[in-house]
Design a protein around this ligand. Sequence first.
Ligand SMILES: [Fe+2]
Length: 377
Amino acid sequence: MATITYPTLMEIDFGAIKVLGDALKRNGIKRPLICTDKGIVATGIFDKIRGVLPNDVQPTTFDGTPGNPTEAAVREAVALYRENDCDGIIALGGGSSIDLGKATALLVNHDGPIDDWSAVNGGGQRIGPSPPIIAIPTTAGTGSEVGGGSVIVTEDGRKIVIVSPELKPKMAICDPELTFDLPRHLTAATGMDAMAHCIEAYLTPVINPPAAAIGLDGLERVVKYLRRAVDDGHDKEARWNMMMAASEGAMAFAKGLGSVHSMSHAIGADPALRAHHGTLNAVILPPMLRFNADHVGNKYTKLRQAMGLKPGADLSDWITEFNASLDLPANLGQMGVTTAMIPSLAAHCMTDACHATNPKPPTQDEYERLFEEGIGG
Ligand SMILES: [Fe+2]
């Protein structure tokens, strides 16, 4: 059976943030909790958002979102939500702030450790109504603004995935202008997260032709426009297309993700490494594409077509070179991952929500070899 759902209401254009007031009104939000991070508060973006709020809206701000959002930070945001009698959430920022906003909405109405609500623990079927969320992305990568998924690091240091239609934002306001001043390295890293979503979602064996087609379209845009967005942050056409590609990546992963994400979730759960999710995916894609090659039928032909590559071109080599052209690290070793970490990282992968939908789910031994290859020389 194919389960096909369609995404969040999305407004995309330069200046789209002007619809925020209407979006709040339509969803009955008068006292929003703005979930964001200190970086966004320090930029003009936060003031821009405050500037378009109607006079009768009284916002409270939680700016403590960590790079990889934690259960502890979510609980702080929930406390602030309750103290201020909030009635909805504006999730403003990159994937971390949007995921934190969703997890906050979840824990406002649901008790217990957050892991009780994870996908692998069957949370998706039990999650009930949650406060409305309006998502405003300030990066083009995660696509979290149009999906019902949230990735959170638990109190005991595991990175878990929570997925529910109840956590889908009521509206995604995608204003590419908010990404103009995203630094070069973050443009590259977040853009490669979008590429990983498009590729991994397309390769899962789950049957969802609309999502697969959206993934290929998003991939085409990333290949055409990411370099341009990295080279000139104010390239309007490139920024618009990358924002679209990011949302398309998340629409595509309605059909699931794979082991690139299992491996990046395992590494991303280690707070000492402070590894960026998108950079990890960029570096893990080449070895995983080699691993999956014999288990995907003719799908690599379609990927090459979407990417504008010659028939028979080596996808892994192409992505390795593309990463280098974006000044991303060449391997996981350069990101601080060591061979001593491999056994626990491989064990983490086996419990990850994305593992089962890889074209061929690796064994723990195979994950160990993939990490060895990823660490490089
Ligand atoms: Fe991702």
